[in-house]
Ligand binder design. Structure first.
Ligand code: C5P
Length: 329
């Protein structure tokens, strides 16, 4: 067992950092592992950053170290999977006081064992601030988002009059998700009107809960994405990751006002720094992905680690690589 903080330092100071990242990073199931799982009658899914194994009643979520942005694969961020699993476990346990969740246990630092649910094919994005894709569209004159009309004069990075939900229908891995109004979700058979009422209520309750708890740590939960599913008994549960820096924007509260007064963006704790680097290189999802320097990828892992360790109040340790096919027999 070794603190991930130390392992990241070793990578950053290695004489061959690229090689060190490849040696440390977990890239997901190998082809032979996938074949092995399938021969055991298990269903295997490969997502953008996580890989899933579904047994009859349970889902094992393997967190890889792959980084995605603009719905594309960007590179490997060492230990990101272990860090995100830690953050998700923290939030899934905490959120159980707000909504039913799918979380059962964490058999390995990278793996969450969950109740198998049938997912609603919608990403429930909740936004509390003018940021991200909405800010870019608002600056181009768009005023209506997923059926929600926004007033004129909203300032970049400022809070919205109230949090809003801008759902997107889920596309296959590495394809772009599409914005949808609640009516379109119902028309497309994603969920019923009653289910949407329940899901959107749960999403707003979770968002308020998340904003309050992150504020206690000195951070602003700007926006985030939730997913929901139905278990075998018909109960709607929160599934997937929650309030991680991969699925949320997080800003530092302390210097928020001074940064904005200076005309700067807020200090960001999420992968927005990498998104901005890519935009500076002229990349916003189309064409070849620019190479992100290892130092930036390790810095991102350190930021994520800071979020995890501040939330849990303890150093995050790594037991080392996942043994081959360790968790399903
Ligand atoms: O990029 P955009 O501003 O639309 O993202 C809104 C929020 O939803 C962000 O917190 C982002 O991390 C999250 N999101 C996500 N997965 C997606 C799309 C958005 O986690 N596929």
């Amino acid at each position: 067992m070794k603190p991930i903080r130390e392992l990241l330092k070793e990578i950053a100071h290695s004489s061959e950092p690229d090689r060190a990242v490849t040696e440390h990073a977990y890239q997901g199931f190998s082809d032979s592992e996938k074949k092995d799982f399938q021969q055991k009658g298990l269903t295997v899914y490969a997502g953008k950053v996580r890989e899933l194994i579904r047994t009859e009643n349970e889902l094992l979520i393997y967190h890889t170290d792959r980084l995605s942005a603009f719905d594309r694969f960007i590179g490997l961020v060492p230990y990101k999977g272990s860090i995100l699993a830690e953050i998700s476990q923290y939030w899934l346990e905490a959120a159980a006081e707000v909504v039913p969740t799918h979380f059962l246990s964490r058999p390995h630092e990278r793996v969450l064992r969950c109740i198998s649910c049938t997912p609603y094919k919608v990403e429930v994005v909740v936004r509390g601030y003018m940021a991200g894709s909405m800010m870019r569209a608002y600056q181009k004159g768009v005023r209506e988002f997923c059926g929600v009309k926004l007033p004129e004069g909203l300032e970049p990075y400022r809070s919205l009059p109230a949090p809003i939900i801008t759902p997107t229908t889920k596309a296959a891995a590495f394809e772009h998700d599409e914005d949808a109004t609640p009516e379109q979700l119902v028309q497309q058979g994603v969920c019923t009107k009653e289910e949407w009422q329940q899901i959107s209520r749960m999403a707003l309750d979770l968002f308020h809960f998340g904003q309050k708890k992150y504020a206690e740590k000195g951070w602003i939960l700007v926006d985030t994405k939730y997913e929901f599913g139905r278990d075998a008994q018909g109960q709607i549960r929160l599934i997937d990751e929650i309030h991680t820096p991969d699925s949320s924007r997080l800003w530092v509260k302390d210097n928020y006002e001074t940064n904005l007064a200076r005309g700067d963006a807020p200090e960001m704790l999420d992968k927005e720094t990498v998104r901005r680097y890519l935009l500076e290189q002229g990349f916003s999802g189309q064409g070849a992905v620019p190479t992100v320097p290892v130092s930036r990828l390790v810095a991102l892992a350190e930021t994520y680690l800071k979020v995890a360790e501040t939330l849990t109040g303890r150093p995050l340790m790594s037991v080392g690589p996942l043994a081959r096919t360790p968790l399903v027999q």
